[in-house]
Design a protein around this ligand. Structure first.
Ligand code: ADP
Ligand code: MG
Length: 369
């Protein structure tokens, strides 16, 4: 999607990806085959680029730091990748900048995990410090007895774990924040994100919350991004608690699933905004040009051919809905729960869009029978 936006701006994107037929390869100006976690590869790749940016934070931060010292333009900065890619370090950083967060603590062994349980209570969220995505680095212990199995599910203490107090949220919110090379900061409207099995499933824009909550969410997101270095778009994931408090969950220093709707619903999509930011152009208008938007992730329902068939049926129904746009990523393999594409519906109100979405998904439910 970054390559799609780039083509309209005549910006040539060279993609570094280890997979031969990765979705971006058909849209990119060039595709270099290789790992973004391998120092020599990243250094070779950098020689071909005017600006380095990334769509995944699990890149080789040490190499980016080295390249920056040699004068290579990295946006956002290597320091940001270093902080973000270790979730525990990320929490330490934001707490040092007075950003409200669920309480957390490092755990190195079962004794430490038990202590965290005594301190924070149960359920207790255990998280991997590194390489987590789509809920794949989280395990919940409902009681002290469940601690060993939660730790095992994440690959043991050697993987690097930490514990987080359970956030009793009523809603999850997110804000995309853009920062230009001139340090201008611009925030997109607050959205609500709805997760299924820890994976983002539906995004509603704008979030149906009180004005004061939107203001507070935007302020926390602004402050969080303001504490990091470099240009680009950043997604700030937030919890809204029953008493109206906003807590930061995590920040992704890149375009994000909670901003997919911006392609159809905002004057400047998150992808165009990211490109403008990293190459040093003025930022665009992040406001919505439609009253409401809903984004629905097409998640793999079944492995293989059956999964493709189900997704195609869903997309066919979506194409009959006015205001609906279908995005299919053309990932080579269908897997259960994998993000295969998404549908965005824009229209006059969230309630109108919710009933349109129900038509798409309920029809599917009845066809399944
Ligand atoms: P990922 O990198 O997989 O997005 P997150 O840390 O954002 O991991 O967690 C994924 C989801 O798990 C969140 O969106 C939220 O629904 C739930 N979650 C995460 N942390 C907590 C917490 N402390 N309390 C309750 N739920 C949580
Ligand atoms: Mg998350």
């Amino acid at each position: 999607m970054l390559c799609q936006a780039a083509s309209e701006m005549a910006i040539k994107v060279i993609v570094l990806d280890p997979q031969q037929n990765c979705p971006a390869s058909s849209l990119a100006y060039q595709h270099m085959l290789g790992s973004f976690d391998d120092s020599t590869t990243v250094q070779e790749f950098a020689k071909r680029c005017g600006v380095l940016t990334f769509e995944i934070e699990h890149v080789d931060a040490a190499t980016l730091e080295k390249l920056e010292k040699q004068g290579v333009e990295c946006q956002p900065k290597a320091s940001t990748v270093r902080i973000i890619q270790d979730k525990y370090q990320q929490k330490v950083h934001f707490s040092q900048h007075d950003i409200p967060l669920p309480e957390f603590s490092r755990i190195d062994d079962l004794e430490g995990a038990k202590k965290a349980g005594e301190r924070f209570g149960y359920p207790l969220m255990i998280k991997s410090r590194r390489l987590a995505y789509d809920g794949r680095g989280n395990a919940v212990a409902k009681s002290e007895e469940e601690l060993p199995s939660a730790v095992d599910a994440l690959g043991g203490f050697d993987r690097g774990l930490y514990a987080e107090k359970w956030a009793p949220f009523v809603k999850e919110l997110a804000v995309i924040v853009a920062r230009g090379r001139d340090n201008t900061i611009s925030c997109y409207p607050v959205v609500e994100t709805i997760h299924r099995d820890n994976i983002c499933h539906i995004v509603k824009a704008p979030a149906n919350v009180k004005w004061k909550v939107r203001e507070c969410a935007t302020e926390v997101a602004f402050n969080a991004v303001n504490s990091l270095e470099g240009a680009g778009v950043f997604a700030v994931e937030l919890f809204l608690t029953e008493d109206g408090q906003i807590l930061l969950n995590e920040v992704a220093p890149r375009p994000h699933n909670s901003g997919h709707h911006t392609i159809e619903s905002c004057y400047t999509s998150q992808y165009e905004q990211h490109l403008r930011a990293v190459v040093g152009l003025p930022l665009g208008d992040p406001s919505m040009k439609t009253p409401a938007a809903i984004m629905y992730n097409i998640l793999g329902e079944e492995e293989g051919e059956l999964g493709f068939q189900l997704a195609h049926q869903l997309m066919k129904r979506a194409l009959t809905i006015p205001g609906a746009s279908v995005h299919w990523y053309d990932k080579p393999e269908m897997r259960k729960q994998r993000k295969m594409g998404h549908i965005t519906i824009v229209g006059p109100s969230l309630s109108n869009l919710e009933s349109n979405l129900a038509t798409i998904t309920e029809e599917k439910a009845s066809e399944d029978k």
